[in-house]
Structures are given as C-alpha cells and as structure tokens.
Design a protein around this ligand. Structure first.
Ligand SMILES: [Zn+2]
Length: 182
C-alpha cells in the first residue's frame, strides 16, 4: 500500500522517486539581519533513497516540489465530476477553502449522477442512506465539511468522495457482472 508524504513522518513513498523510504527532517533557518531564525516554521525533508529535498510549511503543506499530495480520483468517478475533482487537487497546496469549494461541486455532480438532485449535498446523502448507503457516510460528511481547517480533514473529504464512488458505482458494477448470466 502506498503511503502519502506527510509532515514529520519518518517514512513514506517519496514524491520524487516513488520508493517507500526513510525521510530525514530538518528545520529551515533563514539568515536575517545577521541572525538565524525560522519565522514561518519551515521544514526540509531529505529522502534516503534519491537524496532529493522537499520543503514544507509548519501547517503541513508541501511547498516544493509543486506536486499535489491530494488523493487521486477513483477510476470510476463519473466524467462530469472529474474536472472539479482535479481542479480541487490543483489548488490543494494553495487554498483549502477553494479546494473544499471545488470538491463540493464535484460531489454534487457525483450525487446527480447517482440519481439525486445535485442541489443539496446533505439531503442527497440522506436520500442515498435511505437507499442503502452507510449512514456514517452522511454524518462523516457533515463533520468534515464543517470542520475542514487542515489538510488532514481535506484529505478525508477527497477520500469520502472516492468511498461513495466505490460503494455506489464500483461495487454495484461488480455485483451485476457477477450475477449476470450472459
Ligand atoms: Zn526519493
């Protein structure tokens, strides 16, 4: 299983070489007016496999390289919802408010593909719960959407979209192909 890079984590799949490897963390100091300090709480991380260095801010955002660490879309995510999902990933490093906004649009479009209104995420999720979606998904959405103030929670929102795709599209496809007589 792939492990996504995270601030201060001692090992993960490197964003440069892709290898699961040990990572060494250092605090970045700036020489300002003859004194060393770390005004923005910046960190540098060095991969033990390829020796390349990434730079991070103290709130957990990777500043360099400019690769997004946001979860990839599920293969079965409908095309209508994919563009907003990818745009949400593109702004992940810069603004999680924009990221969440775009992710919610993607989720609305997904819900519309699933036969719901696409106008009210909570109402659509409750409707899906009445048709068999796990009730915890709806509650998790409410909790995450109202408390999304850090990247960890934003990641979970991406994963929630992918979970709904897996549960409502992929599994149903698998079941119907398993029981198909042809
Ligand atoms: Zn590496």
């Amino acid at each position: 299983m792939e492990t996504t890079p995270k601030l201060e984590h001692k090992s993960f799949n490197c964003m440069y070489c892709g290898v699961f490897s040990n990572q060494t963390w250092h605090t970045v100091f700036f020489l300002l007016e003859g004194k060393y300090n770390n005004p923005g709480n910046y960190h540098a991380c060095r991969c033990s496999h390829c020796f390349k260095v990434s730079y991070w801010s103290g709130d957990g955002a990777m500043l360099f390289p400019r690769t997004t660490l946001a979860p990839k879309p599920h293969n079965d995510l409908p095309k209508s919802a994919l563009t907003d999902y990818q745009e949400a990933r593109a702004v992940y490093n810069d603004s999680f408010r924009s990221c969440i906004f775009l992710l919610k649009i993607s989720l609305s479009k997904l819900l519309k593909e699933l036969g719901e209104s696409g106008n009210d995420i909570e109402a659509d999720l409750s409707s899906l719960v009445s048709k068999g979606l796990h009730p915890e998904v709806c509650q998790a959405y409410i909790n995450l959407a109202t408390s999304a103030t850090n990247l960890e929670i934003v990641n979970k929102l991406f994963e929630l979209v992918n979970f709904i795709v897996e549960d409502q599209i992929t599994k149903k496809k698998q079941i119907s192909s398993f029981f198909s007589i042809n």
